[in-house]
Design a protein around this ligand. Structure first.
Ligand SMILES: NC(=O)c1ccc[n+]([C@@H]2O[C@H](COP(=O)([O-])OP(=O)(O)OC[C@H]3O[C@@H](n4cnc5c(N)ncnc54)[C@H](O)[C@@H]3O)[C@@H](O)[C@H]2O)c1
Length: 252
């Protein structure tokens, strides 16, 4: 089991679901975690965890929010950033190109694709300077399938795959790695991010009348373990990969 003793790890979306599980796992492995979220961080931490955790509350879609968050991390823990876990994200309302609204498209692409790229842009100067760093982006089964979500979410998660591969290749000679995990369905609070007035019931039914969805519950912890592996030195020659964590859903 890889230790992250003293490593500085930024986790976006740390207040809930996969981001919370990821923060807890890195804390358990002795990292210094800098958590970022628009929502308050409500989990109680023990004294050891508290001394290794800093929380930055911000809406990452605001101008310069990513840059300022990374500056705050550097002010807290020093100039070296070892890991960025881009976890924050939202779900769409299942509409395809016929019903997606302009605002839904813009909001989903902004949070799920533009913000992770801005976060990568903000950490890269530190990673380049130290010739080391690991970025893990949280994609989705919808990163490789058109049959899991609406057009906005699907496009955002496909786009994040392109961004992951581009950063992996561009910096493969700089000691910087970039990978993605692609979770299947995980019980979290993500459904609360759906804008209900945009809901497309007919589109939703085309996905979930299917009877080939995988059985078995994937937990947020399962995704956190995948993120930690890809961020660890055990994965030091792995960059540009998409790792499904979906109990074989992506084999269909
Ligand atoms: N839950 C699933 O089934 C599933 C499946 C595949 C991929 N994912 C991906 O996993 C990631 C985490 O989602 P989750 O399921 O843990 O959902 P979640 O809603 O439990 O957690 C998402 C977190 O992101 C934060 N966030 C949202 N918008 C933000 C913003 N503008 N600025 C800062 N923080 C913001 C939220 O406040 C929340 O704490 C997302 O990228 C999601 O697309 C989830």
């Amino acid at each position: 089991m890889a230790s992250f003793d003293g490593k500085v790890v930024i986790v976006t979306g740390c207040s809930s679901g996969i981001g919370l599980a990821t923060s807890n796992l890195f804390l358990a492995r002795r990292a210094c975690v800098f958590g970022i979220d628009i929502s308050p961080f409500k989990q109680e931490l023990d004294d050891t965890q508290l001394s290794n955790f800093a929380f930055h509350q911000v809406d990452l879609t605001k101008p310069k929010a990513a840059e300022e968050a990374v500056a705050a991390c550097i002010a807290k823990y020093g100039p070296r950033i070892d890991v960025l876990a881009n976890v924050a994200g939202i779900m769409d309302s299942f509409g395809s190109a016929d019903t997606v609204t302009e605002s839904e498209w813009g909001r989903v692409i902004l949070i799920n694709l533009t913000v992770p790229v801005q976060m990568m842009q903000a950490v890269l100067p530190s990673m380049k300077e130290h010739k080391s760093g690991a970025i893990v982006n949280v994609g989705s089964y919808a990163s490789i399938s058109g049959a899991a979500a609406g057009v906005a979410y699907t496009a955002s998660k496909h786009g994040l795959v392109g961004a992951t591969k581009n950063v992996a290749w561009r910096f493969h000679e700089h000691g910087i790695r970039c990978n993605a995990v692609l979770p299947g369905g995980v019980p979290t609070n993500i459904s609360s991010s759906i804008v209900r007035e945009n809901w497309d019931q007919a589109a939703f039914e085309t996905f979930f009348k299917r009877d080939d969805l995988p059985q078995g519950c994937i937990g947020a912890d399962d995704i956190a373990h995948g993120i930690a592996f890809l961020a660890s030195n055990e994965a030091k020659m792995i960059s540009g990969v998409l790792m499904p964590i979906d109990n074989a859903w992506s084999t269909i």
